[in-house]
Structure formats: structure tokens, C-alpha cells
Ligand binder design. Structure first.
Ligand SMILES: *Cc1c(COP(=O)(O)O)cnc(C)c1O
Length: 392
């Protein structure tokens, strides 16, 4: 286990590992196949679907960052979740997932359950009675997503892992929103950590990728086997790029979070802003749990826009430094309307059950100067308020 802090691991991982030319930064290996040293002698890497040096370095980096045993890097976050479900679930097995999980995760579990691959219960995991009821059905797997997307709800990882152990369930935490810089689920009792590395881990919005990190050797072997079997593994180029992105993870997360704090202080004062969702706020229901299990509050926030729906559209269109786009965790600030974008696949009923309203806006705070970000929000709010006054 590493003695270093995440920022140090992120910078140093794989540096000076090249034995051929002693390149400081590890080179990229695009070759799909590798020679057998002799007849019947299987090399460490033989074919890139099953393994590749760049993917191996990235797997080591992510495993070390999460204090895990090993990792399987996949071609996206969704395929990491699918790999996990495929490896451990049969037709009679049950998986418990959050009722407000990532929209693509919801669609994946729902569709596969309808095909009869396994059974899924979507549960409000912050409700002890609902969770206890679901656990009484003896699930095989539990997925936790904390903070959740888009409402940034926080659930108690340690508590849920304890309850899961009692019924023999394995727990994975989707740690995409916080990264190991701010939350270490394996140390809180989880069996797996999953990331969409597309987000903060790569951090530059130019690679789609995912990973599942394990705590024990048996799971590393099972998931590696399944990853190769179903062809879910990541490519060398994506792995190279993601490792490059990881080097600045510590520095990026620090500024993302600081800037989120600055924006929150501004948003709280705005007349068109209603409830704000962010675990740093004392009135946030998960504030105490977040303080206990996280070492930072993260830079994803959402809020209810209290003007009309037309004004919401006007506000979003007036912004220049917040791109109207899906995804999150990149250097650039983003604004998203979950109900019509990231979460539209859930359908109206599930959206309502998850508490995702038509007035909800989600912000991924980027690394631009906060003076500029606030000036941009300010001019957009002013446009809405002005045109409203003209109409009256
Ligand atoms: C984006 C995301 C995923 C899915 O990852 P992809 O890389 O888009 O497949 C899963 N969970 C969370 C929390 C996400 O934000």
C-alpha cells in the first residue's frame, strides 16, 4: 500500500518505468499483439483486449489511488458497471441501486432486468426503512452513488456496507463525483469502486473511459477474466490520455472545490435561485455524513431556478462561460438541465420519484477564474430580470 497522498501518487505513477530507453514518461504501446518469447511461453501481454502496458499502468495508478488490490479499465463508465453486473449476477439474483442513480445506470439495470438477466430494486438508500426492506430480499449486489447525480444526495457508505455484510451482499461505490482525492470507499467498507474516468479522473473532456477497482485478488481475477470475455476493456490510447490527465488530479480537485465554494456564496444571494444542493451547506441533509466520510465536498452542485421555465431557458442561453452540455468534471464549466439532458432516459415518473424537477439546473464548476464565472452568471441573471421588467 502506498504511503503517499493522492496528489503525489497521481503525479508519480508510472514515471521512470520504461526499461528500454528510460523515458521519464511511459511510452505508448499501440501494438495489438505481442510476440511469444518461445513456443508455449505466454508473455505478460499477448493481445490487447486481455492486456496492454498502458492499460496496466492506468490500472495500477487507479488501484493505488483508491487503496485497492487491482483494477480493470474499461471503455466507459457504463461498461464498468455492466462488467460488474455481468460478472456477479444471474437471473435469480437481485441488485439494489439508488432510485436517483446516474440516468445511464438506471437505463442499463432496468433494460437488463426486463430481459430477465437479473432483478433490480431502485431504492432511496437514505431512507432506512426502504433500505431494510430491500435488504430483506437478500440482494447479491448493492450499488451506492454518493454524492448522487444530479441532486448531490449523500448516503452513509460505512453504514450501508455494514448492513450489506449482514446479508452477504457485495457493495460497489460509484465514486465519479469525488474521486479518491475526496473519498476512499474501500476504506469505508466497500468491496469495489467504480468510476466514469470520462469525468474528473481524465478531467479534460476528451476521453470516454471507466474503471472498476477491487479490494481482493479473487475479484480482480474474476473481473479481468470477464472484461476480456465480453470485450469491455479500454484502449491503449485512451489509457495513455487518461494517465496524462490523472497527473494533475490533486491540483485540479483542489481548485474545482475552492471555486465551487465561491460560486455557492454568490448563488445563495440570487433572487432567482431557490434550493441549492451541495453537501457543504449546513442545511443539506447529508452535510454531517459528508463531513464524516469525505475529505472534500466536491464541485458538483445543482439548484432550483425559481423563475418561469421560459426564464430558465433564457438564463441558460445567456451564459457564455458555462457550456450547455452533458458530462462533468472537465476543466471547462458546464451547465445542464438534467430532466431534458442527462436524465431524460428515466422518463417522467421515475424523474419525479427521484425528485428531479423541470426547474433543476446542474453546474459542473470548472477551472476558469471565479471572477469571470460570477460576472457571467451575473449578466445572465440580469438579462432575465430585465426582460421580465420590460414585459410588465
Ligand atoms: C458519466 C457517469 C457514468 C457513466 O459513465 P460513461 O463514461 O459515460 O459511460 C456513471 N456514473 C456517473 C456518476 C457518471 O457521472
Amino acid at each position: 500500500m502506498s504511503v503517499h497522498k493522492p496528489a503525489t501518487i497521481a503525479v508519480r505513477t508510472g514515471i521512470e518505468s520504461d526499461t528500454q530507453f528510460h523515458a521519464v514518461v511511459p511510452p505508448i504501446y499501440l501494438s495489438t499483439n505481442y510476440g511469444f518469447p518461445a513456443f508455449g511461453e505466454v508473455p505478460k501481454y499477448d493481445y490487447t483486449r486481455s492486456g496492454n502496458p498502458n492499460r496496466g499502468l492506468l490500472e495500477n495508478a487507479l488501484s493505488e489511488l483508491e487503496s485497492g488490490h487491482g483494477a480493470v479499465v474499461t471503455n466507459c463508465g457504463t461498461s464498468a458497471i455492466n462488467l460488474w453486473a455481468t460478472a456477479f449476477l444471474g437471473p435469480t439474483d437481485i441488485i439494489i441501486a439508488p432510485h436517483d442513480c446516474y440516468g445511464g445506470t438506471y437505463r442499463l439495470f432496468n433494460t437488463r432486468a426486463q430481459k430477465g438477466d437479473f432483478k433490480v430494486f431502485f431504492v432511496d438508500q437514505s431512507n432506512p426503512d426502504a433500505l431494510a426492506e430491500a435488504l430483506s430480499h437478500k440482494p447479491k449486489l448493492i450499488l451506492i452513488e454518493t454524492p448522487s447525480n444530479p441532486l448531490v444526495r449523500v448516503v452513509d457508505i460505512e453504514q450501508i456496507c455494514r448492513q450489506a455484510k449482514e446479508v452477504g451482499a457485495l457493495v460497489a461505490v460509484d465514486n465519479t463525483f469525488l474521486t479518491p482525492v475526496f473519498q476512499k470507499p474501500l476504506e469505508l467498507g466497500a468491496d469495489f469502486v467504480i468510476h466514469s474516468t470520462t469525468k474528473y479522473i481524465n478531467g479534460h473532456s476528451d476521453v470516454i473511459g471507466g474503471v472498476i477497482i477491487t479490494k481482493i485478488e479473487q475479484h480482480t481475477e474474476e473481473l479481468s477474466w470477464w472484461g476480456n470475455c465480453i470485450g469491455a476493456t479500454g484502449t491503449p490510447f485512451d489509457s495513455y490520455m487518461t494517465l496524462r490527465g490523472i497527473r494533475t488530479l490533486g491540483a485540479r480537485m483542489k481548485i474545482h472545490e475552492e471555486s465551487a465554494g465561491t460560486l455557492l456564496n454568490y448563488l445563495i444571494e440570487q433572487p432567482l435561485v431557490g434550493t441549492i444542493y451541495h453537501p457543504s451547506l449546513p442545511e443539506h441533509p447529508g452535510h454531517e455524513i459528508a463531513k464524516k466520510q469525505q475529505s472534500g465536498f466536491g464541485a458538483m452542485l445543482s439548484f432550483e431556478f425559481t423563475g418561469s421555465f421560459e426564464q430558465l431557458k433564457q438564463f441558460v442561453s445567456a451564459l457564455k462561460l458555462f457550456s450547455l452540455a452533458e458530462s462533468l468534471g472537465g476543466v471547462e464549466s458546464l451547465i445542464c438541465h438534467p430532466a431534458s439532458m442527462t436524465h431524460r432516459a428515466m422518463g417522467e415518473v421515475a424523474l419525479e420519484e427521484a425528485g428531479v424537477s423541470q426547474q433543476l439546473l446542474r453546474i459542473s464548476v470548472g477551472l476558469e477564474d471565479t471572477d469571470d464565472l460570477i460576472a457571467d452568471l451575473n449578466q445572465a441573471f440580469a438579462q432575465v430580470i430585465h426582460s421580465n421588467q420590460e414585459q410588465c
